[in-house]
Design a protein around this ligand. Structure first.
Ligand code: ASP
Length: 446
């Protein structure tokens, strides 16, 4: 089987990028906490607005890379495979792993939310949280309401919508919409397969073109990431500054439940899968992925992080372009372990607060719905709230239209953590599939 190779390691990180990013993150949190103590005024607003502006520019620069990167890497990756046999096997393993890891994540969430029962107090629905739900809904302006509702209709009106979105009627407009990336991927996969069906002499130039395009995109990613410490600093300051602490105090147990479940999946489940399925040293892989994890944490967007994830997995963990080009773009769009887990915990939590008794059967439906909807959730900030509304409504839970406002108010820190889990899950899939395809991965082998 022919392997796509690059004569040199484009964008290999030899410096201390992650240390710069981490320091920027800590500094940003400290600055934001200091700013929160100061009286409001034009100077303070100015600082926060400048940070917001710089952060948006950085995030958009990363997003600008997504479509050409996905298209070139998926097409170049598949076009390098000879015949459909290898591709079908690779696809089957990847999708199988995605389903397994998301299912395990949801089960952890399900067990913890039933054990800790964050929505109850002394076995009864927690009245303080219920009041907080009503308050946040009343505070949320019409614009906020429209945002959640609109997103719901457009991105996840029903599960079948997902399959429709795999085949967009217009590939160019799909490429301009973050929620339609799945359509772009389907198109790129079909395009890549079609290339393998033509005689080699006819498609040599085309194949070289996509390979070259992909190499250029990797260099561009390196350039954008050179500004990451500043960009991430600017993203974090307004986030921490604007986060009210009152609601956190009321929903502290819920917060802790989500973090504990995400932590379990991140530190126990995924490392076990890495070790037992891939014979990979989890610590070494975690170290290899640190820049991508910090970027995911700061941007709350697995799509925006994709260029960095690809670079880390290829350069630091040593996964071939062939495997990573297929598993990672697909994973960033359809494989969201953290999101799936979060949806399940959030829905059962709201049911507990609302005093809605969810029996085993209904919880099973929630597990299944979380698994399916997490596939359709876009890799952008707070996207899973839409899926949560959908599941709550379908399950008939009271408060389905009110609770999401309270969840939205405290969503950002949880989103940062679940996005990091999503990205780590994708990277684990790439590594495990690569090992099963016989790749050595000297850098991270157990
Ligand atoms: N922000 C998440 C991601 O981009 C999606 C979500 O759970 O809201 O992966």
């Amino acid at each position: 089987m022919q392997k796509v190779t690059t004569p040199y390691r484009l964008g290999a990180v030899k410096g201390r990028e992650h240390i710069w990013i981490f320091s920027a993150l800590i500094l940003a949190v400290m600055l934001a906490l200091v700013l929160r103590q100061l009286p409001e005024g034009p100077v303070l607003t100015g600082i926060v607005e400048i940070c917001r502006f710089v952060g948006d520019v950085f995030k958009q620069a990363l997003q600008m890379l997504i479509v050409p990167l996905i298209v070139s890497s998926v097409i170049a990756g598949i076009a390098s495979l000879h015949g459909m046999e290898g591709f079908a096997k690779l696809g089957g393993k990847t999708v199988g792993f995605y389903a397994l890891s998301s299912f395990l994540a949801i089960v952890v969430g399900l067990v913890l939310v039933n054990l800790i029962r964050p929505g109850l107090e002394d076995g009864q629905p927690n009245e303080v949280i219920k009041a907080a739900f009503d308050e946040s809904a009343a505070e949320a302006g019409e614009a906020e309401k429209g945002k959640i509702e609109g997103a719901g209709e457009k991105k996840a009106s029903d599960i079948w919508d997902l399959f429709k979105r795999m085949f967009p009627k217009n590939i160019v407009s799909a490429a301009t919409d973050n929620g339609q990336l799945l359509g772009v991927i389907t198109f790129a996969i079909l395009f890549g397969i079609a290339i393998t069906r033509l005689p080699v002499h006819e498609i040599e130039t085309l194949r070289g073109f996509f390979q070259g395009l992909n190499d250029v995109m990797i260099v561009l990613t390196r350039w954008v990431m050179a500004t990451a410490p500043v960009g991430i600093f600017a993203l974090i300051v307004p986030t921490v500054y604007g986060t009210g602490l009152e609601l956190f105090a009321k929903m502290g147990t819920y917060f802790a439940t989500v973090l504990a479940a995400l932590g379990f999946h991140f530190f126990i489940t995924l490392p076990c899968l890495l070790f037992f399925l891939g014979r990979v040293n989890p610590l070494k892989h975690l170290k290899a992925m640190r820049t991508a994890l910090l970027t995911a944490f700061s941007t709350s967007s697995s799509s925006a992080t994709l260029p960095v994830t690809m670079r880390n997995v290829q350069d630091n963990s040593g996964v071939s372009k062939r495997t990573s080009s297929f598993t990672l773009p697909l994973g960033a769009t359809v494989n969201m372990d953290g999101t799936a887990l979060y949806e399940c915990v959030a829905v059962i939590f709201v049911a507990q607060v609302a005093g809605f008794d969810m029996g085993f059967g209904q919880q099973f439906v929630v597990v299944f719905a979380s698994l399916l909807t997490s596939i359709g959730v876009a890799g952008i900030p707070s996207a899973s709230l839409v899926a949560i509304i959908l599941i709550l409504r379908n399950s008939g839970v009271p408060y389905a239209d009110v609770a999401p406002f309270a969840l939205l108010a405290i969503d950002r820190p949880l989103d940062m953590c679940r996005t990091a889990v999503n990205v780590f899950g994708d990277s684990c899939a790439a590594v495990i599939v690569a090992r099963s395809e016989g790749e050595e991965l000297e850098e991270i082998r157990a």
